[in-house]
Each structure stands twice: as structure tokens, then as C-alpha cells.
Design a binder for this molecule. Sequence first.
Ligand code: IFM
Length: 426
Amino acid sequence: MGNEFLWGVATSAFQLEGSASADWAAWDPALRRNPEASNHYKLYREDLRLLKELGVNAYRFSVEWSRIEPEEGRYDEGAIGHYRHIVDLLIAHGIEPMVTLHHFTHPEWFLKKYPWHTGDSVSRFLSFAEKIVSKFKNVRYWITFNEPYVLLLGGYMEGCMPPGIKDSRLALKAIENMLVCHSKIYDLIHESRPDAMVSVAHNMAAFSPWHQLNPSDRLLAIIASRFYNHSLINAFRTGILKVRFPFQRALAIPVPIKGKLDFFGVNYYTRLHMRFNPFKKMGVELRHRDLDGRGLTDMGWEIHPDGLRKMIEYASILKVPIIITENGIATHDDSRKINFLRQHVTAVQRCIKDGLDIRGYFYWSLVDNYEWIHGFDSRFGLYKVDFESYERKPTLAAAYFASLIKNKKAEESKNQENRKNQTRFN
Ligand code: IFM
């Protein structure tokens, strides 16, 4: 596997396979009815065959910490072997694995004893990461944390995700500890694989003022984007995490992550409109609006492909390659899924033409799965899952993505051939 553009799909372990020992298992009653989620732990071979059918050359997935270390200090070698087998199968089939170490879930014992705002969280997560890195030396692409800001907002400010806290002071302690882990894991991975490609996957969103001409709406959109999109990017540039919530004092927290990135993972889905509303928390109301007439997704999210370009431009200040580590739509309608894919891949291709350094695009997701607080009806999959029989059926978007990849790969090899010929004759 060389340095060709990565065409992939992205998944996370818990969303596909559940886990009885994870914090989320007890958190969401929907999982009591369907604890195996898409039953991928059993059906992984079948799902990996779908990757071949799509023709992807990369696959992003996570290892489920609560299966690997269900009790503190007790590692389940069977579970480690399971994920190693997935890596081996991918490599054997010419598919580049991209492994995510942390994708929202934790073993229950971790959340009870060492939640992220406590100092011991760092050493506990590092022991797990060391174990995995030492066993997965054949993996080159790593995501340390998926969407750390989503965990921060959901788990520490809104309280709608575990640990269900609403305290911005603890939120900042938690992010600081996670970034300390990122830094140490970055070094660890590079010790065993100097050519490793390590990043976080940063959830980014386009922010717009609700009323274009309203100065307070405009200011809110700027403040939101500075925090949600830029503060993490800037922390990787400067080693300082600058945070300013509306109507609060600005804070500057030193974090040891300056330059600790080999690429930058962008997860992009939608745009949000902001307006000042004194009756809302922090005076902010945010909403999706269908301003471009593309309709909202089944989750009520605006479809706004132009925003993807903006996010890529923001991230390119880091001067490392960018990979779109997630982009997808929840819809039951196959033609909307195809349009979404077409519009967003086109946005990526235009950026590349304009000289932006993008090295991969991963569609979220391979098969329908568990969508956190929204349960099982947010259909992101290229393959539909029947949650009674676990049967997988392709959506029309699967065939579309497969032919798109085939054409792009053919274009790429033709270009390479031309370049070779040119150098031969020069
Ligand atoms: O399903 C999630 C995923 O876990 C993280 N990024 C956004 C996806 C869609 O909401």
C-alpha cells in the first residue's frame, strides 16, 4: 500500500457491535433491546467483504476498549486477537487500516473511577493505548481521539452523553487530559513506526448568523467557529488551547500537542445557524435551516457541501495533509444519499484542483448502525441493516460509491502513467 489517495468508509466498534461492559450500554435504554447493535462482532467477515465490493482502499474503524479491558488491568486477549484479525484481513486484501483508539465509549470501571476530568485518567488510558500500539505494529494510520469536542459538549456541558456532567470547568480539565494522552500516544506510535500517520478526527461545522445583518448573530457565529473549529487546530499549531465561551472570560491552557500531527482528520456533516436569544443557555440559540433548498437530513441536519471546503481551508493552516475522516448523511432515501456523496466528493476534488493537500475521503458509514442518543433509525449506511435479522442489503449509494472510486482510481493511474511518460521523454 503506497501513498495513493485513500478512498474509504469509517465506522466505530461500539456503534456496530455494542459491548456489555461499556458506559453507553447502561446509559441508553435503546441498547437494552438491541445490545449487539449491527451484530458486526459476529458478522465482521461479511462486512469486510462489503469493503471489497465497494473497492475501497482504506477502512477506518475503532477498537472497543471495554471489550479489550472489561475489568481494570484484565486484558481479554481474545478481543485483542479479534481486532488484530481484522487488521490482518484488511492488509491481506490491500486495504489500509486506520485505527481509532477512542471513539466516545469507555469501560464502565474507567468512567466510575477515572473520568477524564481526573488526573489518573491519563495513565489509565495510556496503559490501554500502549497495549494496543504494541500489538498493532502493522498499522500505519491512527486516530487517537474521535471528536474530542463532541465528548466535551455532550458529556461535560450538555450532559447528554456519559459521564453526564454539566460543568464547563471540568470540561476543560477533561480536554486537557485527553490532549496530554494524544501527545504521549503520538510519541509512542512513532517509536514503533517512524512512518506512522497520526491525528485526531475533529468534528467541524459551518456556522452562520441566523440573520446575516444582525451584529449579535454575526458575533455569535464567529465565536462559535473560533471555539468549535479553530481552537483545537490552533492548539496543534501553538501548544495553547484558547477557549472563550459566550459571555465568559477567555482562557489559555497550555497543552503539549504542538506539531504532534502527521495529518489532520476532518469530520464534516453540516451547517448551523446562530442567533442571540436571552432565554437560551449562554444566550445562544442554534438551528439547522434549509437555506440552500437541498432539504434537511432525517436527523434534521442541513446539507451544505460548501461548508466542507471552508473546513478544509481552516484546517490547511496546519500545513499537514488533510484527510476527510468522516462525511455522511442519515437518510432512508437512496437518491439523497447519492446526491450527498456526489456533492461532497466534488467539493473535495475542487479543493485538490486548487492545490489544497487532501489525501483521503472516508464516507460515514459502511452499514447502518447505532447513532448514539438517536438510536437505530438514523440510516447512515451504504448498506441497509435489518435490525431483526441483521441482513445487509446494498443501498443504491453503495453501487454509486463503488463506481465513483473505480473511475477516480482509473483517472489517477492514467495520470501517473502520463507523468511517467513525460519524465521518460524529457
Ligand atoms: O455516528 C457519529 C460518529 O460516531 C461520530 N461522528 C458523527 C457521526 C454521525 O453523527
